[in-house]
Design a protein around this ligand. Structure first.
Ligand code: GLN
Ligand code: ZN
Length: 763
């Protein structure tokens, strides 16, 4: 009998109930009891959704983040929140958000809040966790209350509970020591708390415990590998059976280590780590359970169940009772329920599976393995038909796109002349002053703008009215920029809801869900568009807006586009061809837009690649491959233009140390980046690399409502000029201004323009 289980379920709720409950509590509109009640209801609902599985995760629910939950379980609270008044959950929110609910802050006699914990990406997902804060003095102390409470609820509901915790090595590896000490030095102090936790769970009836160690799919130094040996030898006497769970990639050189740790079972991700399977079958001691993550927990496509059974049945014959099956990783990274969708195209919907549907797939696989394929014949036939339909659909396959892709050659990504020659021609054409000023694209997205977009979507206003309203906004942006005296203008992006969705909606090959939300952090969710087919551009997407904006001014108006790598990384993408092929298709489509803009007389074109860095693979050994096709895609997009056309790119982060060569290889005439908070030191890497083109290091932190002073920005630019020759520097904010108010933007940009003038005068 193959055992079925799940590693984790999305906690946000099919209709984002948790988000709304959290935000209402944070605004002081509901009580902590109300919030906790929503938590219990969601857990109950999600366990019910998992009915029929042999083991169901408990402890995967978190009010904000599972890593933060783990820090609380281990008693690792930052000093600054200890001893504050209020419910334990308020303390938890203080770490998560830097404040709790307003009412609670007042009770505690402070309105200022405390610094929020740092947040960072969970492996290569778009989920963000709160980084455990560690120092050489960190002490741990068990607080199993949260887990025990959920375990008791699950038992009362008759759930076959499998508690889920983050393993000690991954916990330390993802933590950050504030004092530069070695986090591994804390292992010895940490393990007794884990042992106590496992004992406690056993006392409360847990038989199996899932212990997540995804760090095993990354490159590990010897001390970290050794830490696994130490940790699991110490925990092996715990009176529970441990299922060591890895996911998001291949174990590769960690196979032997993972196979031989003294635990009762090992879970591997065979969607991403299929290569591990055969070697592991040989390495795994004959007493151990092998759990295979056969259903993709990172994407939204139906699994080809018949194909999985083809290779899984022989493995079942070999492993017998020792085979478990599950999704590849926690379902946290996919939306909850496809059945909520009412407006999705029926054909495309028939190719998809969200969390609930993925568990149905698991049940079908178990039926086939345990009772024979004939018992699930109808389901398997339906699945086969859906897979075949998707594969052969003319909506997925566009021969013209495939032909264009086959014709890509190196020439396509080359400018006609090297940067120095282009720069001279561009200078001649654009006639910009030294330290030219510009902004990154968006101006404030006011309530009126959002309402107008909503009305247009709902059909309450017609296209003519919508275009007129947006043109009005564009005209306002142009007027303001004239008054400010900026040098290179933007149209302000009022017509864009989101920098990826806006383009997805206009490209063939994209679909959009209504409820396909995935948690990004805390109460924040994203709804990635679904890239299902070959990508093509039926018609120009931005040219009308940009040429209208340009018609209002003599200053150069930037054409504003999102680059192919960012569109790829922020979408659910097809799994039937390599990501590189999908990225090149996007590149060809956006290239057409670039050329149309140029044709329409646009002199400067910015292609945003905000998500280039976050697409980096987990293993450094795979970076070269990723950067190879990612940069090639950017070059295809950008480099078809004449020398006189100036290409900009923008990235909203400042860590370039390990990718500077690739960034230089993009060969954009100018790059704008985020640097205001790092005091320009992050330009050192551009300096050391002798980065040859122009740079606009952000001088104004757009995340903050503070108005930056002129002197402060002059000072930052002086520091920049110590690293980059002044004639190659631009003056601009860190990122787009859409989340700011006009009342903040005007004085900030006024000061920024004055700063540029001061700098010019001092040359
Ligand atoms: N052009 C976009 C804007 O200004 C860039 C956004 C981003 O980098 N995230 O909003
Ligand atoms: Zn940005």
């Amino acid at each position: 009998m193959a055992i079925t289980h799940n590693l984790g379920f999305p906690r946000i709720g099919a209709k984002r109930q948790l988000k709304f409950a959290l935000e209402s509590y944070w605004k002081g509109q509901s009580s902590i009891e109300d919030l906790k009640a929503v938590g219990s209801q969601l857990r109950a609902q999600h366990w019910e959704d998992q009915t029929g599985l042999d083991l169901v995760p408990v402890g995967d629910f978190a009010f904000y983040d599972q890593m933060l939950d783990m820090s609380f379980t281990l008693g690792n609270l930052p000093e600054r929140v200890r001893g504050l008044a209020g419910d334990a959950l308020d303390t938890y929110f203080r770490v998560a958000r830097g404040r709790s609910a307003p009412a609670v802050e007042e009770q505690a006699g402070c309105t200022c809040g405390v610094a929020a914990g740092e947040m960072t990406k969970w492996f290569d997902t778009n989920y963000h966790y709160i980084v455990p804060e560690l120092t050489a003095d960190t002490r741990f102390e068990l607080d199993a209350s949260r887990l025990l409470e959920q375990l008791a609820e699950a038992k009362a509901q008759g759930v076959r509970a499998k508690p889920v915790v983050i393993g000690p090595v991954t916990y330390l590896a993802l933590g950050k020591t504030k004092d530069g000490s070695d986090p591994l030095a804390l292992l010895e102090r940490l393990l007794p708390v884990y042992a106590e936790l496992l004992n406690t769970l056993a006392e409360h009836g847990a038989d199996w415990v899932q212990i997540d160690e995804p760090i095993l799919v990354t490159e590990l130094d010897e001390p970290w590998r050794h830490a696994f040996e130490i940790a699991y030898h110490e925990l092996k006497s715990a009176p529970v059976k441990l299922l060591l769970a890895t996911y998001f990639g291949e174990l590769q050189e960690q196979r032997y280590l993972a196979a031989n740790l003294p635990v009762a079972g090992l879970h591997i991700d065979v969607v991403r780590g299929r290569e591990d399977l055969v070697p592991l079958l040989n390495l795994l001691p004959s007493s151990k359970i092998l759990s295979l993550g056969v259903i993709d927990g990172r994407n939204i496509w139906k699994t080809d169940l018949n194909a999985v059974l083809e290779w899984l049945e022989p493995i079942q014959a070999q492993l017998g009772e020792r085979l478990w099956i599950a999704p590849s990783c926690s379902l946290l990274h996919v939306p909850v329920d496809l059945d909520s969708e009412q407006r999705l195209d029926a054909e495309i919907q028939s190719w998809l599976a969200f969390a609930r549907q993925k568990l149905d797939e698991l049940r079908i696989l178990a039926g086939a393995l345990n009772q024979g394929r004939h018992t699930v014949q109808a389901e398997l036939a339906a699945n086969r038909a859906a897979i075949a339909a998707r594969r052969s659909s003319p909506r997925v396959n566009n021969p013209a796109v495939k032909a264009a892709l086959a014709k890509i050659d190196a020439r396509l990504g080359e400018r006609n002349s090297p940067y120095a020659e282009r720069a001279a021609k561009q200078a001649e054409r654009l006639q910009l002053p030294k330290f030219p000023t510009t902004t990154i694209g968006s101006f404030p997205q006011t309530a009126e703008i959002r309402q107008t977009r909503r009305q247009f979507k709902a059909g309450d206003i017609d296209e003519a009215a919508y275009v007129e309203a947006m043109r009005g906004e564009i005209a306002r942006c142009v007027r303001e920029q004239e008054a400010l005296g900026l040098d290179v203008f933007v149209h302000g992006e009022p017509e864009r809801n989101d920098m990826v969705e806006y383009f997805g909606e206009q490209l063939d090959g994209y679909a959009f869900s209504q409820f396909g939300w995935v948690q990004s952090y805390g109460s924040r969710c994203v709804k990635p568009p679904i890239l299902f087919g070959d990508i093509s551009r039926p018609k120009a997407m931005t040219v009308d807006w940009i040429t209208y904006a340009q018609s209002l001014t003599d200053k150069p108006m930037k054409g504003m586009l999102t680059g192919p790598v960012t569109i790829l990384n922020w979408s659910f993408v097809r799994d039937d061809q390599p990501r590189s092929a999908t990225c090149r298709q996007l590149a060809l489509a956006i290239r057409e837009e670039v050329l149309d803009l140029e044709q329409a007389g646009v002199r400067v074109i910015q292609i945003d690649e905000a998500a280039l860095r976050e697409g980096l693979p987990l293993r450094k050994s795979q970076w070269e491959d990723y950067l190879g096709w990612a940069i090639e895609s950017f070059r295809i997009t950008a480099n078809g233009v004449a020398d006189e056309t100036q290409i900009h790119t923008h990235m909203c982060y400042s860590e370039f140390n390990d990718i500077i060569a690739a960034i230089a290889d993009m060969d954009a005439d100018a790059i704008t980046i985020e640097t205001s908070r790092s005091d320009m030191e992050l330009l050192d890497v551009f300096d050391d690399f002798k980065y040859p083109n122009e740079i606009g290091p952000g001088v104004y932190d757009i995340h903050s409502p503070n108005i930056p002073a002129e002197e402060q920005m002059v000072e930052l630019m002086r520091k920049a000029a110590e690293r980059i020759p002044a004639e190659r520097l631009w003056v601009n904010p860190d990122c787009g201004l859409k989340t700011r108010q006009w009342s903040e933007v005007i004085p900030a940009l006024t000061n920024m323009v004055s700063a540029a003038k001061t700098l010019r005068a001092s040359l």
